[in-house]
Design a protein around this ligand. Sequence first.
Ligand SMILES: *[C@@H]1O[C@H](CO)[C@@H](O)[C@H](O)[C@H]1NC(C)=O
Ligand SMILES: *[C@@H]1O[C@H](CO)[C@@H](O)[C@H](O)[C@H]1NC(C)=O
Length: 296
Amino acid sequence: MKIFSLITLCVITSAHKITQLKVPLYADPRRAAELSCHFEMDDQKLHSVKWYRDTQEIFRYNPSQKPPIRLYNASGITVQSGDCQTDSCLVRVMPPPLATRAAYTCEVSTEGPKFQIARQTKHMTVVAMPEKDPVIIGARKLVRPGEQLHLNCTSDYSLPPSDINWYIDNELQKPGVWERTELSAPELGGLRASWRILRIVVPPTASGALSVRCEAILLVEPPVIRDVTAIVTIHSRTQLSKYVSNTDSNGDTEKLKIKILIRWTYIVNVKNIIFLVDLGAHLTGNIRPFHYSPHC
Ligand SMILES: *[C@@H]1O[C@H](CO)[C@@H](O)[C@H](O)[C@H]1NC(C)=O
Ligand SMILES: *[C@@H]1O[C@H](CO)[C@@H](O)[C@H](O)[C@H]1NC(C)=O
């Protein structure tokens, strides 16, 4: 028994084999991806090294032929170059501008009459991550009850394009018929930006603030999420009445605004308002000399 297992071991170690297969998990559609296959022949003679993308042959190295290296463009991909050493072959492929996952196989075979084959496969997914957070256009800082807001959230370019979700106070907003995610034209590598419109009618009795969040989600495994939040303050009548209750009804709006501003500033930062008042006094004190005519 011991002798048999020893023989089996010898057979396995003496066989040629692929020692390392390097295929990137993700490939950027704007750059060529480098794939390499390292092998050990032991005392066997190399017949050929082939690379396949799924079932299509994209590369062949046959040292006894002229030219020894041949490249084949599979559907959608361009094989830029191929190069072999005694123990490895490397190919550079430009991935298709599509969010696809493909199997890349390296196959190393020995000379006849046996033509023994060693094979290994790894998968590569074409994807381009967004580099920036999405942007919200149209989010005014201050709105009145009953007013309408027309928000546009645009994601950065990516492959596949991002899907867009809107949340108001953390509640997911289902898109209306005319408010689905729209896509831009493709850029280099098939990257696209996406946007979605959100219409909000501020309820007449609303007060406080709305937290509007836009989420751009890239459906890869695991999903990649980028988001941005806009805070919209509701300028409600009830809020205003707190400050205008003891002023006469036809007091001008300018005064009201100033009062609100001062009151607010005062609450938030007492030091500042004291400074402002002091500065005001100081300025009035100093203004007079400028009115003197140099001739007098
Ligand atoms: C593969 O496609 C590229 C670009 O279209 C072209 O330049 C090249 O000659 C093609 N190679 C082969 C082997 O067909
Ligand atoms: C939303 O914003 C994007 C980017 O600025 C723009 O291309 C798109 O036309 C806008 N959509 C609408 C409906 O305004």
